[in-house]
Design a protein around this ligand. Structure first.
Ligand code: DON
Length: 314
């Protein structure tokens, strides 16, 4: 089945399909750029790119695919993988659940019984996950995280200091969540260090092509299809893709799973990644967001790609 689909896709003019999609949606003006982090409001709202990287290492791209932006919540997927690599599945499950919330990404809510954050894709769960990254002191933890991103992308990455500082100064809601989780013993001191690392991971700079290669690495059992480097232990790919599938698009996750039908994750700066297991990674960047915080053009492009190529898992 997977082979049949790969053959189909390889024989279709994928590049010209992406060019047409870009032309079709570039005039779409719906949605608004996130401005709750002051530094994010400075982005060009019209920026738009679509990239696909296959597990064979081919890359198809259109639009502003070199434009850098901060990865934001898409980072949560990869940091979850690093935490699994560091501690294993059983321990991570005691600290972060795998249930969708149906609430907004920044909801201040923990599971009533276990006191765990619901899942690693919402802010509370992501802060808990980040707090588990191993390392001796803040700089070793940051370096391990940056090195993890390098493995997925294939080149070094940097933190945008202006965005990091902006989030650190204004992120009171995230601080409140960290204190709540400290109260329930779900994260440990020093929480300021964990929050700094969380704000730093959100401020890692990527472009749309980088995101497609990262998604393709997940599609390729954790091996970067271009550099051939193992970015995450292959036994955790199913954990990562399962929570992306059920929780990656926040309170739109159900409708996304129903309509698009592939694991995905969005970020507030306008990126979306989607993973077609054993085939390809898809990335779209367009900063205008809908009311749930997902890129308007990004959702439409993925819906159309899924329909056209029959990517829905079921
Ligand atoms: O914690 C925050 O508010 C941001 N750094 C990340 C938010 C984000 O990307 C949520 N996504 N849709």
């Amino acid at each position: 089945m997977a082979n049949q689909k790969s053959l189909q896709i390889a024989s279709l003019p994928l590049q010209s399909f992406l060019d047409d999609l870009h032309d079709k949606y570039k005039l779409e003006q719906e949605g608004a750029v996130a401005d709750y982090i002051p530094e994010l409001a400075k982005v060009n709202p019209d920026a738009f790119s679509i990239c696909i990287a296959t597990v064979n290492g081919e890359v198809y791209k259109v639009g502003d695919y070199n434009q850098l932006f901060t990865i934001q919540s898409i980072s949560k997927v990869f940091v979850y993988g690093l935490a699994l690599d560091d501690h294993g599945r059983d321990y991570i499950l005691t600290r972060v659940g795998v249930e969708p919330t149906g609430d907004a990404f920044n909801a201040i809510v923990l599971d009533e019984q276990s006191k765990r954050p619901y899942n690693p894709m919402v802010n509370a769960g992501a802060i808990a996950t980040t707090s588990l990254i191993k390392g001796f002191g803040a700089s070793e933890r940051l370096n391990r995280m940056l090195d993890m991103f390098r493995r997925y992308i294939g080149h070094d990455v940097f933190v945008d200091i202006a965005v990091f500082t902006s989030e650190r100064t204004t992120g009171h809601r995230n601080r409140a969540m960290a204190h709540l989780m400290l109260n329930f013993g779900m994260i440990d001191e020093p929480i300021d260090e964990a929050l700094d690392l969380y704000f730093q991971q959100c401020a890692v700079m990527v472009n749309c092509q980088d995101l497609a290669v990262m998604a393709a690495t997940l599609a390729n059992k954790g091996v970067n299809p271009i550099s051939k480097e193992q970015a995450v232990d292959s036994r955790y790919i199913k954990d990562i893709l399962s929570v992306m599938y059920t929780c990656g698009m926040y309170n739109f996750a159900g409708e996304w799973a129903y309509k698009v039908g592939i694991p995905a994750k969005s970020g507030i700066s306008g990126g979306i990644i989607a993973v077609v297991p054993n085939q390809m990674g898809i990335a779209v960047f367009s900063p205008r967001l809908d009311s749930r915080g997902n890129s308007v053009r990004g959702v439409k492009v993925c819906e159309e790609l899924s329909q056209h190529f029959g990517l829905h898992l079921f």
